[in-house]
Design a protein around this ligand. Structure first.
Ligand SMILES: C[S@@+](CC[C@H](N)C(=O)[O-])C[C@H]1O[C@@H](n2cnc3c(N)ncnc32)[C@H](O)[C@@H]1O
Length: 261
């Protein structure tokens, strides 16, 4: 292996091909499946481990939309739209992380939740994946500025390129409502989690439409029907423990958490 900086080099040893389950090697700047020789590129140190022809329907829309929106996304936080600072604080109260934990965020976006964890003193080993390369590019820029070290990879949350049983905490914030296959996304979160790991999934409830101003107008125009906004409790396998379904920020967000036995 060569040409990859430390974190990304370490990242490669943790990855596998989500479509075959095979390990990778690094050859001539490409990540290569050791058995099938399928190649995945690395762009600006970000491995792109997804087959674009498999990104369809709502996932494709999300990918394109967020690629376009990536440069402006942080304004939502900077302008504190939807009272996001209060929400971040409330969410953090529910999330149980220990320093030294291996933590994966499966739709890391521009890295705002990793900043949230750092601000609250969590000194974890961070990893983030996202379907949008634009968001990941912005994330890398932000993480450099915020002095946060994290391994980043472009991937579909429904087909994660990580090996089994790596993480102490696996979480997802935002985007889940519009996944093509929510069940697969939950199964993947569980697969990459260690035994005893904590898992958290957070997204908006339908009440976002009732918020005033531009956000409700955008929601009405771009977002599909109400049932999309329900927490995915029916997809959480019965053998998971401590399943909790709660609301945050005066009901604007749902959060489902559980523990892998
Ligand atoms: C609302 S943003 C949330 C970003 C970040 N978690 C945060 O809290 O600021 C939603 C993110 O989900 C990502 N996303 C949407 N569908 C995805 C999928 N199928 N797999 C992985 N990421 C996806 C988008 O690219 C976007 O970065």
């Amino acid at each position: 292996m060569n040409d990859l900086p430390n974190k990304q080099e370490e990242l490669l040893t943790l990855l596998e091909n989500p479509y075959t389950g095979n390990s990778f090697t690094f050859e001539n700047g490409m990540i290569v499946d050791v058995v099938t020789k399928e190649k995945f590129p690395v762009k600006n140190d970000i491995p792109k481990i997804l087959r674009n022809e498999k990104v369809l329907g709502s996932n494709r829309k999300q990918q394109k939309g967020y690629d376009l929106f990536s440069r402006f996304y942080d304004l939502l936080y900077k302008l504190n739209i939807l009272d996001l600072e209060k929400w971040l604080a409330e969410m953090f109260e529910q999330i149980n992380v220990e320093s030294g934990d291996w933590i994966l965020e499966t739709s890391v976006g521009t890295g705002r939740q990793l900043l949230n964890l750092k601000r609250r003193g969590v000194d974890g080993v961070f990893f983030g994946s996202d379907i949008s390369y634009g968001m990941l590019q912005q994330c890398r820029k932000n993480l450099n500025e915020w002095e946060i070290d994290a391994g980043l990879v472009q991937a579909n949350a429904e087909a994660l390129p990580f090996k089994d049983g790596l993480f102490d905490v696996v979480f997802h914030v935002g985007g889940f409502n519009f996944f093509n296959d929510k069940k697969a996304a939950i199964e993947e979160m569980i697969r990459v989690a260690k035994s005893g790991a904590l898992l958290y999934i957070v997204d908006e409830t339908d009440s976002i439409r009732e918020s005033s101003g531009i956000i409700s107008k955008i929601a009405d125009r771009c977002m599909p029907a109400h049932e999309f906004y329900l927490p995915p409790v029916e997809y959480i396998p019965d053998n998971m423990s401590n399943i909790i379904n709660r609301r945050l920020l005066d009901g604007k967000f749902w959060m489902v958490s559980f523990q892998k036995p």
